[in-house]
Design a protein around this ligand. Structure first.
Ligand code: ZN
Ligand code: ZN
Length: 739
């Protein structure tokens, strides 16, 4: 009974999204505390609500810094104005600037850039400004994320003919790199050559980094080659430049070249090369690098261990990631996040949830943890656990993080609670492309094609350009609601308006749409005229259509394509067998069974699960091991009798051979989704919605019974199968028997 659910990657659309948009785990931005304020906080103990003038014993600088330390910008500025400018030192200005920067971050709609502007003004009023004070202002701005302002200071400095030094140029180059200002960066390069600073290693390293971050790999390489002396920093910058351009193999090659030149790798070069392996999705190369670290006794510091885990997780080897993880003596939040997110992305939701529980004993989860664990809840349809996590997100104030909010919407969609997804979606003031796409895909999965279209149009009005994944989602929505004309319009607009080349998944949606709506021969022609080679999924979509519309002849033709492309996939043989069975072609069913038998194909067992009070109960086909098995069976028998009396005839053909189970079944009632639904009726309070998830497609008989159950038991039943959601209510299903 206690089977673990290990694979549920049906909604590949959103999985792609995750992979494409995943935030780098290590990308945390902290506001640095300036050294002066740290120092003061050790020596002084000042209450928060102090007014100007209460520290007679301290000099003006210390007083101002103290106000800055307690976050009192108003008093700090007030005191600054009252002070004799000659008495103030630069650290004081830096402290105020630091505070302005922090206020800008905390109260963006109030201070705007005013905070920096006033610091700017104050600095302008300062009389004797030497190169050191200019440099401090510039580096203060760069450090606090005001690179534009830093460059304004730099230009002002040049205009006033203040002699710049190495530190000035280095800081200005960093500012150029931060905002991607290649032209100014080049000008500074020229200035460096003129003033002979280009002989300095530090200048050259920063220059290389600037070219790399501005996307000019050629000049980055040139800067590297012209360097008289290279250090590990230069090599690392160039490695990172290659990774940034997606040239991961070159990055890895460069790492070994560095080693051959006798340069010992540091933490940054080690993490960069691992990042290259992760980006190229090359497990072999990643392992090789790991072995290299071991052979050379390079110490695995925490960032390197985290990068190793990240590499293994991205290359799909969670076992090796865990091995590294288990050997870290003191793990940080990033370590836990990589593992939890890795399990989620690699379709191991149970492992993700288990580790999430362990984490809470040792470390504090953050917003990244939440965004990492939510997909696991989604893939298990674990609504109650997901809700619990939502509660924690609200209590900890992570809900304003768009990354977390998007993951929440996605979780609610996949757990079958479209209402919650919609509510959250409406509450997000500034939605990004992922927010819109998740909602469009959500409406599609639940069979609300028109709502998906309306959302797509609202997104366009909001000025957001759809990408390939958005188009997959909207085409999927059209196909699952039978919206043929609309589907064509979107497909055409993708090419004509958005200049995108449709990919396999877009063609698959269109074939699916044509096939479902009965345009079988059109679908066949459409596949034949495709500019790219169709894969088994595309032919498979047509095969499904042949089943819906009972076209045995075409099915045979299509099936041969499918079998040729994916000879090992049992599902397609079963599908054809069902088509034969439904046409009562028993001879053909027998032949096909023999063919399947010879291949020794494994059937994938059908299972369904239901969450009751945060606990999962999993049922397999004809499961009699459950303690409530007898009660479940009698409930289903009674229902069957009632159904017969009301004129429902059991769909016997599904019992002969069906997608869940190749074995003949004596009882129709044995399917796992029926057992789970019956268990829900018996164990959930009256009126509560029953939510069941199945790993395969729901069969026709179970679908009929679910409709009947929703009417007689007066319950809403939401069934998620491998293809979509079915909302059963008052004897009807949202799919309108069309799936
Ligand atoms: Zn069934
Ligand atoms: Zn349905």
């Amino acid at each position: 009974m206690a089977k673990s659910i290990t694979n549920f990657s049906t909604y590949s659309t959103l999985n792609c999204h995750k992979a494409k948009y995943a935030k780098p785990w290590n990308c945390f931005i902290f506001f640095r505390q300036s050294p002066i304020t740290c120092l003061l906080s050790l020596n002084l103990d000042v209450p928060r609500s102090t007014k100007v003038g209460v520290y007679p014993m301290l000099d003006e600088n210390a007083k101002i810094c103290k106000f800055c330390e307690v976050g009192d910008l108003g008093n700090a500025v007030e005191l600054l104005k009252m002070s004799q400018k000659s008495e103030l030192d630069l650290n004081t200005y830096c402290s105020i600037l630091q505070l302005c920067a922090e206020y800008k971050r905390l109260q963006e709609a109030y201070f705007k850039n005013g905070g920096v502007d006033s610091a700017h003004k104050l600095f302008d009023e300062l009389g004797d400004r030497d190169v050191v004070s200019w440099n401090s202002m510039i580096s203060g701005c760069v450090m606090n994320g005001f690179s534009h302002t830093a460059l304004e200071f730099f230009i002002q400095m040049l205009m006033l003919r203040v002699a710049v030094d190495l530190a000035t140029l280095v800081n200005a180059l960093v500012a150029c790199a931060n905002i991607g200002s290649l032209s100014l960066g080049r000008a500074i390069h020229g200035h460096g050559v003129k003033t002979c600073f280009s002989r300095e290693v530090m200048f050259n390293n920063t220059l290389l980094d600037m070219y790399s971050k501005c996307g000019d790999l050629t000049d980055a390489i040139q800067a590297f080659e012209k360097m008289g002396r290279t250090t590990v920093v230069s090599w690392t910058s160039l490695i990172a430049a290659y990774v940034r351009e997606g040239l991961c193999d070159d990055a890895i090659r460069l790492f070994y070249e560095m080693e051959s030149k006798g340069v010992i790798p540091d933490v940054y070069s080690m993490t960069s090369v691992l990042h290259a392996c992760a980006c190229s999705n090359s497990l072999d190369k990643g392992r090789e690098v790991h072995n290299y670290f071991r052979r050379n006794n390079l110490s695995l510091s925490l960032p390197v261990s985290n990068a190793l885990m990240d590499m293994y997780a991205k290359c799909g080897s969670m076992e090796e990631a865990y091995l590294v993880f288990s050997r870290i003596p003191v793990k940080d939040t990033v370590s836990w996040n990589i593992m939890i997110g890795g399990y989620s992305k690699n379709s191991l939701p149970n492992e993700a949830l288990k580790l999430f529980v362990e984490m809470q004993e040792e470390s504090r989860p953050d917003g990244f943890t939440m965004a990492g664990i939510l997909p696991a809840c989604g893939s298990l349809a674990a609504l109650e656990i997901g809700r619990g996590i939502h509660g924690r997100i609200l209590r900890n104030g992570y809900s304003s993080d768009l990354h977390v909010a998007n993951a929440l919407i996605d979780m609610y969609v996949k757990c079958g609670s479209l209402v919650h997804a919609q509510l959250l979606f409406d509450m997000i003031p500034e939605k990004d492309l992922i927010t819109w796409t998740v909602m469009i895909a959500g409406y599609g999965m639940h069979g609300f094609g028109n709502e998906a279209i309306a959302t797509f149009q609202k997104m366009r009005i909001a000025g957001i350009k759809p990408d390939e994944i958005t188009f997959t989602s909207i085409l999927y929505a059209c196909s699952h609601s039978g919206l043929l004309n609309e589907g064509w319009e979107f497909f055409n607009s993708m090419i004509s308006e958005c200049n995108m080349k449709p990919e396999l998944e877009h063609y698959a949606c269109m074939v699916d749409l044509l096939a479902r709506t009965g345009n079988l021969s059109k679908a066949y022609k459409f596949i034949e005229t495709m500019p790219i080679k169709p894969d088994a999924t595309i032919w498979g979509a047509l095969l499904c259509g042949c089943r819906i519309h009972h076209d045995v002849d075409l099915a045979e033709k299509v099936a041969e394509h499918v079998f040729e492309l994916e000879p090992e996939n049992t599902g397609y043989y079963v599908l054809l067998a069902n088509i034969y069975a439904e046409a009562k072609k028993w001879e053909e069913v027998k032949k096909l069974r023999e063919r399947i038998g010879k291949r020794g194909l494994k059937k994938s067992p059908g299972c369904s699960w239901i969450e009751v009070q945060g606990k999962f109960t999993i049922f397999v086909s004809a499961d009699t091991s459950h303690p409530q098995a007898e009660r479940i069976a009698s409930l289903l028998n009674n229902l069957r009798i009632k159904m017969k009396n009301e004129g429902y005839s059991p769909k016997m053909r599904y019992a002969l051979i069906n997608a869940d189970d190749l074995e003949k079944e004596t009882a129709l009632c044995g399917h796992s989704e029926k057992l789970a639904m019956a268990f829900g009726i018996l164990n959930l309070p009256p009126g509560r919605t029953i939510r069941v998830t199945k790993n395969l497609r729901v069969c026709g008989d179970c679908h009929e019974m679910a409709k009947f159950m929703s009417k007689t038991a007066k319950r809403e039943i939401i069934l998620r199968d491998s293809s979509r959601f079915h909302h059963f209510k008052d004897g009807f299903c949202s799919c309108r028997d069309f799936w």
